[in-house]
Design a protein around this ligand. Structure first.
Ligand code: GLU
Length: 425
């Protein structure tokens, strides 16, 4: 095998993509993946970077950087969100694209993995500026995106609104009607019922599945949820509906603790009338964001940012179970500490796969032109997530490893099969 990998350069250390490779290496070794297949997966298939001039409201032109990385199309068209944030860069998008390949494979979807992003601060832009930015980015990526090639979705800083704009721009370039070019669209514009809550719902299903394996009664456990956006707010609500007491919630504006349990319905109502944020919510006492992670609870759901569970935080974590609603919330160094401490971690590529699973259902409905009820979507989602959990759990037992490495092994088996079945020329 003579293929060169891109993993030995010094600048890759401490990168997010390094964190992916660190886990890939461990899983590849335990599973016995061939170097040939590992080398293919260590290198994203395609990386596109565009510059996007946008006319701002003040009449000045600002030029934004836009990214799309297609990590793999081995198992089907590449799938993955688009994030708008100031820290978007090549490395982050590359890492997130690889996670999408593994996430889709773990969820058993006929998709590869991709991720995109624009370096911008959406909170500081007007709706008009965001619309022009989204449509200019889509036009620049019009040959990359496609309903049977590469299918975007929302991620941090984007939502159904951006997907509607994206579809509109794509339709105009390609002169047709292609609802399946993106998922996470608004309902009534080709979106699926149940898609908004899907990632949080998947977190709930995997939390219940893990608690069952650990012989813990959901009605007797306490939980802290970091993040109160699209993932965290639905996860907190749905976990609470299952009888789990939510003692801490937090977003970028406030972190709240209540040992008697937070009234999640009240928190949701409050945030709704407060531009979506928790600042000023009085259903508990305010604590520091890091105190949420190390709070005295049974279950911790990091559902906001990456790299929040560091080595230092991991030493102080009291939860027995961590369910990763965010992508990449735990560093590889923290992983080893949590393993030594006996903390069960349901990894991101399993726990937050509910979103892309319902994205797949949305795409299927778009292709059919026939739409399902919310109950139908939810029951198909729950079955899919439970199967994925069981599959990963069994691999964990078989290979005597953590759920994270077991999830990678689950994905590697499927992608390896695809690579071998298709052949290399
Ligand atoms: N951005 C979400 C994720 O990271 C959803 C991706 C999708 O639905 O394609 O899983």
């Amino acid at each position: 095998m003579t293929t060169k990998t891109n993993t030995t350069t010094a600048e890759q250390h401490d990168s997010m993509f390094d964190a992916v490779l660190a886990r890939l290496d461990v899983a590849a070794k335990i599973y016995g993946l061939s170097d040939d297949v590992a080398n293919i997966l260590r290198n994203p298939q395609k990386q596109v970077k565009v510059s996007i001039p946008v006319m701002m409201d003040n009449g000045k032109i600002e030029v934004f950087e836009g990214f799309r990385t297609i990590h793999s199309t081995v198992l089907g068209p590449s799938k993955g969100g688009i994030r708008y944030a100031m820290d978007v860069n090549d490395d982050e998008v590359k890492a997130l694209s690889a996670w999408m390949t593994f996430k889709c494979a773990v969820a058993n979807l006929p998709y590869g993995g991709a991720k995109g992003g624009i370096k911008c601060d959406p909170r500081k832009m007007s709706v008009g500026e965001l619309e022009r930015l989204t449509k200019a980015y889509t036009t620049a990526m019009a040959d990359v995106f496609g309903p049977s090639t590469d299918i975007p979705a929302p991620d941090m800083g984007t939502s159904g609104r951006e997907m509607a704009w994206l579809v509109d721009a794509y339709n105009k370039v390609h002169r047709g009607n292609f609802p399946g070019v993106a998922t996470g669209k608004p309902v009534g514009m080709g979106g699926s019922l149940g898609r908004d809550a899907a990632t949080g719902r998947g977190v709930m299903v995997s939390t219940l599945a893990a608690l069952k394996k650990m012989n813990l009664d959901p009605k007797k456990v306490t939980c802290a949820v970091q993040g109160f956006g699209n993932v965290g707010s639905h996860a907190a609500r749905l976990l609470n509906e299952q009888g789990i007491m939510i003692c801490a919630i937090g977003d970028h504006t406030a972190t709240i603790w209540n040992e008697k349990g937070i009234d999640i319905k009240a928190a949701l109502e409050y945030a709704k009338g407060n531009t979506g944020v928790l600042k000023g919510f009085t259903g508990g006492v305010e604590i520091k964001p890091s105190e949420l992670l190390t709070a005295n609870v049974d279950v911790l759901v990091p559902a906001a940012l990456q790299n929040v569970i560091t080595e230092e935080i991991a030493h102080s974590i009291k939860a027995k179970l961590i369910v990763e609603g965010a992508n990449g919330p735990t560093t590889p160094e923290a992983d080893s500490i949590l393993q030594e401490k006996g903390v069960t971690v349901v990894p991101d590529i399993l726990a937050n796969g509910g979103g892309v699973t319902v994205s797949y259902f949305e795409w299927v409905q778009n292709n059919y032109g026939y739409y399902w009820s919310e109950d139908e979507v939810n029951s198909k989602h729950d079955a899919c997530m439970s199967n994925a959990f069981e599959h990963v759990w069994n691999n964990g037992q078989q290979y005597k490893t953590t759920l994270r490495i077991a999830a990678y092994i689950t994905a590697l088996k499927k992608v390896e099969f695809g690579i071998k079945a298709k052949g290399i020329y």
